[in-house]
Structure formats: structure tokens, C-alpha cells
Design a protein around this ligand. Structure first.
Ligand code: DOR
Ligand code: ZN
Length: 446
């Protein structure tokens, strides 16, 4: 028995093109993409969706999430946060290793894999965390099972810092998988923190966060990562660039050294600390409006390769205090696509570029099999979005367990109408349709 869903009268955005027409889902696959008004080949369909006025995009692939499972599940877990993903049009997520226990052994990796399989309503892949002591494992990871290696070259939530050029070089040499780095120079940060505390006391207000986690700290660490990648030939993707200056280290046409920007750094600037305080405290820190604008331009011109969320839920109780006490990180996955679409409305980037950055390039980066594009025969991971329906974000809409969002009070012009994961309509206008549905671990073309 095949289940066939026919989505008609939509504008599809894919691989640099806009196509008016319709798309036919057959079970878990995209069966036909039809340009113009023609119907599907004579076969009856089970459901027809009239998407007049809507855009149909490949489901978003978020290359950077912290779903907190296992061990930190008071903040969120694979079930709650994957529902937030589905509600945001995200059909595949890649989860970071700074949970408890950390995903730095094969045993911890397999345990998290089982947990995600049991709890996730969207597709998933997992990063393996590098430590100073596990380079032997890094060289032997199963490339069909592990998405990539995550390397903290700067300390952040979870104490996974690896430092020292010699140790870092070994990791770059050993890993045959892509390496995603968190780049912030810890020594500079420690010095800045000491100076700031001398001036403002033991827990300086969060407005000082970008002085402590400074642009210089980002530049030094990112420059080191780029240098090591050049010297070792490793495939490097630097996570969450936050400054204009780091962008100078990347070019739009080096396929082995690329960079990610995260929605928070593209949406907010240091001017927002006054209003949002520790809610937008994140590592690396949100920096100046000029940095934000440079990152936006880099999304448009191809210097940035992917946009992720760095979805990192914390309870509001963890977000109390200043630069020292308040937890770093914020939830964002449920509203990342609509937030980026508002930047499309502002003329920051085109919808075609957005699809490149949030769907195609994450698939290319991680060599994901059969996902990330609207192509016949590919998995039917899709999101249907509607423009021109303004709505304001209030807490009752939030799926994340932590139940707050840095975007609260924001009025968005776009709405996620429906999300299809492996052909299944997992999200439909405000509701996750079936809490028992489960996504799949993704496969890699390696
Ligand atoms: O602000 C952050 N929060 N940066 C990170 O690198 C980790 C994340 C978290 O897990 O909370
Ligand atoms: Zn992160």
C-alpha cells in the first residue's frame, strides 16, 4: 500500500530556481516534481493539499543543536526539542556532544543513538566529541554512522575544551570526518574576565559579555583552526562565526574550509543586551551591529556556508545573573526559519540563498544521503511556508521544554504551515500531528 500526497499550486525553491507547480509524495519519497498546472500521472492520490500562496522548500537541516539528551533533560530532551524542530520546518538535526555523559566514546555515542531513535520526531545525526585523549577513536569512527567531529577550541557549556596546538594538530590529522570547531581563545577570555571583574565586581552585567568573550578571542582561535586545516588537509567547518574580522579568514570558494553563522548572531546585536539581558547570552557572544551586518552580508555572498541555530535550551532559572553566573545558550530552532525569512523580506538575502544555507549546504557538508534537495527519488522532507500572515510570538506557541524564546514579542510575517518528515505530515498548522511518529538516523554518502 502506497500513501500518496499531492501538494499543488506552490512555488518550489530549490537549487537556485523557483518553480511554480506541484509535488507528489509517494510514501517516504518525492515521486514527481511537476512544473506548471499539469496534474500527477493518472494515479489516484490519497490526499491533495492546495498550497496556493505558499512556498515549498526542502525541510531545513540544522547542523548545530544541543538537545540535552542524555543527562541534562531538565533543559530539554530529544522528544521535546525535536517537536520544536518539526514546528519550525526543520526535518533533520545534528546534535552536539556536550550532554552527560559527553558523546566522546563509542559507548556513549551508541547510547545516544538509541535514545534519539526512540525519542526524535525528526531525522537526526550525531557529532562525536574530540578530547585530548580520544584521537585513537577519532581515526576509527564509522563514517556511515557518525556525522562529524565536534571540537571545542574554546571553553563553553560542558567543559569540553581541548587546548594546545600540538594536541589540536593531532586531532586535525586523525579525523577523516569533517571537524566542526567552537573557536574562542580561552586564555584571552580568562584575562578579559579578570580585568572586567576588577572593574565591575564578581559577576559583571551581561552587557560586558562581548568584552570578555571578545572579537579578538574569536579571531585568534578561528585563525588557528584555519591554519591547522590548511596544514593537515582536514575538512574544517567553524561554528557560529560572530565577528566581521573572522570572515576575512574564509573565501566563498574553498570547499574544505567553511563557516557557519547562527540565527542568534544574525538576528541580534549588542544593542539588544539592555532589553533581553542574559536571554541572549551565548558563547561566542553576540557582538556589535556592525559584526551582525557583516555576517548578514556574508550569508548573501557565500562566505558563510551554512546557517544553524546552536539551539541550546536552558531553564530561565539558569539564565539568572551576569557574565559569570548566567548560563550561555538560547533556544531558537522553532523560529529559525521564520526569523531568516524575515531577513529575506528585509532584502538581506534571497530565498534561494536561504535554501542554499539552511538545506542544501548542510547536506553537502555532511554528505547526507538523499536529503536536503527537492529531487525526484529523494526523501520527502519538506516545509510549506506562507507569507503575509503576521503573528506575534507568545509563550503558548513554544514547543521547547524550557518554554521561553529570545524572539518572544517579535511579529513574524511568515508562518510554517506544514512540515513533512520522510513523507509524513508531522506538523500541521500549530500542531505536531502524531507524537508517536519517529524520524530516522540519516545515512551518509561516504
Ligand atoms: O552558548 C553556548 N551554549 N555555547 C556553546 O558552545 C554551548 C551551548 C550550550 O550547550 O548551552
Ligand atoms: Zn553549540
Amino acid at each position: 500500500m502506497h500513501f500518496r500526497i499531492y501538494i499543488k499550486n506552490v512555488t518550489m525553491v530549490n537549487e537556485g530556481r523557483r518553480i511554480k507547480g506541484s509535488l507528489l509524495i509517494d510514501d517516504d519519497r518525492i515521486d514527481q516534481i511537476i512544473e506548471g498546472d499539469a496534474g500527477p500521472d493518472m494515479i489516484p492520490v490519497d490526499e491533495t493539499i492546495d498550497g496556493t500562496g505558499c512556498y515549498l522548500l526542502p525541510g531545513v537541516i540544522d547542523d548545530h543543536v544541543h538537545f540535552r539528551d542524555p543527562g541534562l533533560t531538565a533543559k530539554g530532551d530529544f522528544f521535546s526539542e525535536s517537536k520544536a524542530a518539526a514546528a519550525g520546518g526543520v526535518t533533520t538535526v545534528f546534535d552536539m556532544p556536550n550532554c552527560q555523559p559527553q558523546t566522546t566514546t563509542l559507548e556513549a555515542f551508541d547510547r545516544k543513538w538509541r535514545l534519539a531513535s526512540q525519542k526524535s520526531v525528526v531525522n537526526f545525526g550525531l557529532y562525536f566529541g574530540a578530547t585530548a585523549g580520544n584521537s585513537y577513536e577519532l581515526g576509527r569512527l564509522n563514517p556511515r554512522k557518525v556525522a562529524a567531529v565536534k571540537l571545542f577550541m574554546g571553553a563553553s557549556t560542558g567543559n569540553m575544551l581541548v587546548s594546545g596546538e600540538h594536541v589540536l594538530r593531532i586531532i586535525f590529522e586523525q579525523s577523516s570526518l569533517p571537524i566542526m570547531t567552537h573557536c574562542e581563545d580561552s586564555q584571552l577570555i580568562a584575562d578579559n574576565l579578570k580585568a572586567c571583574c576588577r572593574q565591575y565586581g564578581p559577576d559583571p552585567d551581561v552587557v560586558h559579555h562581548p568584552e570578555i568573550r571578545s572579537a579578538e578571542a574569536c579571531y585568534q582561535s578561528t585563525a588557528l583552526a584555519v591554519k591547522l586545516a590548511r596544514e593537515t588537509g582536514a575538512r574544517l567547518h567553524v561554528a557560529h562565526l560572530s565577528t566581521a574580522r573572522e570572515l576575512e579568514l574564509f573565501t566563498a570558494n574553498d570547499p574544505r574550509i567553511t563557516a557557519e553563522a547562527c540565527v542568534g548572531h544574525l538576528f541580534f546585536s549588542a544593542d539588544d543586551y539592555k532589553k533581553l539581558g542574559a536571554r541572549i547570552k551565548v558563547n561566542p557572544a553576540i557582538k556589535s551591529a556592525a559584526d551582525r551586518d557583516a555576517l548578514r552580508r556574508a550569508c548573501a555572498d557565500g562566505t558563510i556556508y551554512t546557517i544553524g541555530t546552536d539551539h541550546a535550551p536552558h531553564r530561565l532559572a539558569d539564565k539568572v545573573g551576569g557574565c559569570v553566573k548566567a548560563a550561555s545558550g538560547m533556544p531558537s530552532i522553532q523560529f529559525s526559519l521564520v526569523a531568516m525569512l524575515s531577513l529575506v523580506d528585509e532584502g538581506v538575502l534571497t530565498m534561494e540563498r536561504l535554501v542554499e544555507l539552511m538545506c542544501h549546504n548542510p547536506a553537502r557538508l555532511l554528505q547526507i544521503e538523499n536529503r536536503g534537495f527537492l529531487r525526484e527519488g529523494y526523501m520527502a522532507d519538506l516545509v510549506l511556508v506562507r507569507p503575509g500572515v503576521p503573528w506575534t510570538l507568545t509563550p503558548n506557541r513554544i514547543q521547547s521544554l524550557c518554554n521561553w524564546s529570545p524572539f518572544e514579542g517579535t511579529t513574524f510575517r511568515w508562518r510554517v504551515e506544514r512540515t513533512f518528515c520522510n513523507g509524513f505530515p508531522i506538523y500541521n498548522r500549530g500542531h505536531v500531528t502524531d507524537e508517536k511518529f519517529r524520524g530516522r538516523p540519516v545515512c551518509y554518502n561516504r
